[in-house]
Design a protein around this ligand. Structure first.
Ligand SMILES: C[S@@+](CC[C@H](N)C(=O)[O-])C[C@H]1O[C@@H](n2cnc3c(N)ncnc32)[C@H](O)[C@@H]1O
Length: 247
């Protein structure tokens, strides 16, 4: 997914319940944090407000642009604590190590192939301090989830406009891929002003596969949860939330 068109609407529909989870781990780790796929800095800015310094990498110029605009409205101290860089999570070299690396919002699922996943994990391992924490979350293809789904929601924006987002997803469990069509329709007084369409594909990664890859890379899996409330992981959980460590 390029997020080329979705960037300007991302935060509008981006209410997620993961902030406290990542904030707690960042504060526990006590050092500099690295976020991969930082996007609009939805998580990085709240972390910086609590005193954490975050380096954020993203490969989408549009998403980073939104993050920069948001950051400009923050205090000087917060602005200093968020360092944004354009880069690919599968291949980066920052010449520094971190006590906490995290990837929220199922962004690791953007590693479409097994090779992509291995490259990303190797880069993370290289950038994590000994005893450092690496935490991330994946979407789970729970058996109860339908193969095809569709949902629609809407938000009011400035100028009396309304943005309607329609999301269509199709899961192919044989290919281990989920494809998404995103439509954003901007209306004013019931009249359609603009329509944006974005297509993307993400991987469907199982708990067993990711644990195998993590251990192969050298990470110790500390906890696997089914959600950000730290509820026990189950086959039907909607998420796979992992906390790992570099020993
Ligand atoms: C679902 S958004 C998450 C944004 C942000 N982390 C959050 O939690 O709101 C995924 C982000 O990952 C970025 N991304 C996807 N593939 C990437 C890659 N290979 N390297 C770096 N960033 C990537 C996208 O551009 C997008 O900003």
């Amino acid at each position: 997914m390029t997020y080329r068109l979705a960037a300007k609407f991302y935060d509008l529909f981006g209410s997620k319940n993961d902030l406290e989870f990542y904030k707690e781990l960042a504060l526990q780790s006590g050092g500099k944090a690295l976020e991969l796929g930082v996007g609009t800095a939805r998580v990085a800015i709240p972390l910086a407000r609590t005193g954490v310094t975050v380096v954020g990498i993203d490969n989408s110029v549009r998403m980073l642009r939104v993050a920069i605009e948001k950051l400009a409205k923050e205090s000087a101290a917060v602005r200093r604590r968020v360092i944004l860089k354009r880069g690919d999570m599968r291949d980066f070299e920052l010449k520094q190590t971190f006590s906490f690396i995290y990837i929220p919002a199922s962004t690791f699922d953007h590693n479409i192939t097994v090779e992509d996943r291995k490259r990303t994990l190797n880069c993370i391992y290289k950038h994590l301090k000994k005893d450092g924490i690496f935490a991330f979350d994946l979407e789970q293809a729970a058996p109860s989830k339908p193969e095809k789904s569709w949902w629609i929601d809407r938000k009011e924006i400035e100028g009396g406009k309304m943005v309607v987002r329609s999301v269509f997803t199709r899961r192919d469990l044989t290919k281990r891929r989920c494809s998404l069509d995103l439509f954003f329709d901007v209306y004013k007084n019931g009249k359609l002003l603009e329509r944006y369409h974005e297509y993307g594909e993400v991987a469907i990664i199982s708990k067993d596969e990711i644990i195998g890859l993590l251990e192969e890379t050298g990470f110790k899996v500390v906890s696997v949860y089914g959600d950000f409330d730290k509820s026990k992981y189950q086959k039907d959980s909607s998420k796979i939330v992992l906390v790992t460590k570099r020993e």
